[in-house]
Design a protein around this ligand. Structure first.
Ligand code: GLY
Length: 568
């Protein structure tokens, strides 16, 4: 009796241990939002709701994208914008693909040495803070061009939700309130008036901000079309604001701005087709180089973030970012050898010296290098509609709240995108990226970007819509997120949540989020010669995955931001 009791207890314990270990090995999958008809994944719940409401009333993915872009300008002012720019990559339900460049431009009065002092030294504050840091905004023209080519609902209906949000006020989340408090002094220093983002008392989550002047600007855009921004009162207010600081954007700059439809860059990873943004973003070219370079290696077998996997991805990244610095810039000003850079011939030579057991010091990587940099405060949204049309938009003011200048009387923030140029070739900008002649400042030129709005097809069908903010880490975050799904069999939400790492050639270091790498992996990588540093947060993805049954999984990064996916 006594022994049978002991046997039963032993059996029970063994079963419990087995159950426990099974459940540890395969925790239940974490899915994002599942929906049948349409999905919007963006940085803010109110913007996602605006997008889904448009889809529900019969708008397509491009109608929703326009409404979300304007809504983000109100509810997410640290990156959502009408005073900045961005890129759209799209795929229509019939398989037709395209991309729109609504990146900012250097003003006509810009010149190569505008951020250098008398001794030729780079004055970094000038390209990041205040009026001189602003490029000519592209977002509003971009939305009108998308509307003309791809949308179905009247523009007035797409602007109305943003106008209502601006008039009725927006309740701040904790994260937004602390962002505003953190930047209070910078807002005061950048403006000659007290912008509505500043008040004596600290902001708290739950407080409401009203955007009366921004509402008036949006109403002018609604009533006058692109002229409501690029000429008339809004343009006048921008130029008056420029004159209060040392800004150089002119009425002519604004009148002349045009977004440009460009061919997306296309390639493949195994049986998946990748559709990415070409120059003046480096995102598509770099992503394709990375994916092609990784194809021969069995990282599925090596495992997620194992030392071998991190090593090979790092070695690819350091070479790709060296190419980025040398060859990428505005294609209207500099011949960017896109096809060569993504060709198999070139890439097999480029990656031939990778050693699977040792890191290559970045100084040993050949590059025509010179200088370039980008800010982590950008935002991305992904949309799929009931027909299967897909829109991936990444948009930015560059730094958090851009150059911190709020246009007096017009109520919106201006970008500090001029810092994305190589202000002094060879000198890293505030985020450590290095770039060269291809990205030197010239009047009316577009500054190089890392934004990587991306669409993935499986066979002939839409599979994934993905993108993220993160400055120079955008490319490597998109790279990892795609691989997390395709190779590591994660759900879209798990792929978004997964902790990430990054290498950008210079500085020669792997930065990683705490928890991305375990201690054995870290010491193995150090033994291979890698330098490792922790970094608080990498990426804040918004993605949509088309599941085998045709349903959509919306994944928004609510672990690093207030991002929210909403479907119906
Ligand atoms: N300013 C961030 C980017 O364009 O990549």
């Amino acid at each position: 009796m006594k022994y049978s009791c002991i046997r039963i207890s032993i059996c029970t314990a063994v079963c419990l241990i087995l159950l426990w270990s099974c459940s540890r090995e395969s925790p239940p999958p974490v899915h994002g939002v599942l929906a049948e008809h349409g999905m919007v994944s963006s940085a803010h719940p109110l913007a996602s709701k605006v997008g889904v409401d448009i889809l529900k009333k019969g708008g397509n993915a491009f109608d929703a994208a326009i409404a979300v872009q304007f809504a983000l300008a109100v509810v997410y002012p640290n990156a959502g914008n009408i005073g900045g720019g961005g890129f759209l990559v799209y795929r229509k339900a019939d398989g037709h693909t395209g991309s729109l460049d609504f990146r900012e431009k250097a003003p006509m009065a810009a010149h190569r040495d505008m951020y250098l002092d008398q001794d030729g030294e780079f004055i970094s504050d000038l390209s990041t803070k205040g009026h001189l840091a602003a490029g000519v905004p592209g977002s509003v023209d971009g939305m009108f061009q998308i509307h003309e080519k791809l949308a179905t609902l009247p523009m007035k209906e797409l602007l109305e939700p943003a106008i209502q949000l601006a008039l009725n006020g927006v309740v701040l989340t904790e994260q937004e309130a602390s962002g505003l408090n953190y930047h209070k002094q910078a807002f005061i220093e950048a403006n000659n008036h007290t912008p509505y983002l500043v008040r004596d008392k600290e902001w708290s989550g739950g407080d409401t901000i009203f955007y009366a002047q921004l509402a008036e600007t949006l109403i002018r855009i609604r009533d006058q079309g692109r002229d409501g921004f690029y000429s008339g009162l809004t343009a006048q207010l921008i130029v008056e604001e420029m004159q209060k600081g040392n800004g150089i954007i002119s009425l002519e700059d604004l009148a002349e701005y045009r977004a440009v439809w460009r061919q997306p860059v296309k390639g493949s990873y195994k049986s998946f087709n990748i559709i990415g943004m070409g120059p003046p973003s480096s995102g598509g070219v770099a992503l394709l180089q990375l994916l092609k370079g990784l194809e021969p290696y069995d990282i599925r077998q090596w495992g997620f973030n194992s030392a071998r996997t991190v090593h090979i991805m790092t070695e690819l990244e350091r070479r790709v970012y060296a190419d980025r610095a040398a060859y990428l810039g505005d294609p209207d000003f500099f011949k960017v050898p896109v096809e060569e850079l993504i060709s198999s011939d070139y890439l097999s030579g480029r990656f031939a010296d990778i050693d699977l057991s040792t890191s290559t010091p970045s100084q040993a990587i050949e590059s025509n290098l010179l200088g370039l940099v980008e800010s982590p405060e950008t935002t991305h949204f992904s949309i799929v509609d009931i027909e299967g049309n897909a829109a991936a938009i990444t948009t930015t003011l560059n730094g958090s709240y851009g150059c911190k200048v709020v246009v007096d009387g017009a109520g919106f923030l201006l970008n500090n995108e001029m810092d994305d140029f190589s202000a002094k070739p060879g000198v890293p900008n505030m985020f450590g990226l290095v770039g060269g002649e291809a990205n030197a400042i010239l009047p009316e030129k577009r500054m190089l970007s890392s934004m990587t709005p991306t669409i993935v097809e499986r066979g002939d069908s839409l599979y994934m819509v993905v993108g993220t903010p993160g400055g120079s880490t955008i490319i490597t975050s998109v790279f990892q997120t795609i691989l997390n799904v395709i190779e590591h069999e994660m759900t879209m939400q798990e792929a978004v949540n997964a902790r990430k790492f990054h290498h950008q050639w210079l500085p020669d270091q792997i930065s990683y989020e705490p928890e991305a790498l375990d201690s054995i992996t870290i010491s193995t990588l150090r033994e291979m010669g890698h330098h490792l540093v922790t970094r608080q947060s990498i990426g804040r993805m918004d993605a949509v995955l088309v599941l085998e049954n045709g349903w959509l999984e919306g994944a928004a990064d609510h672990t690093r931001g207030d991002n929210t996916a909403i479907g119906y």
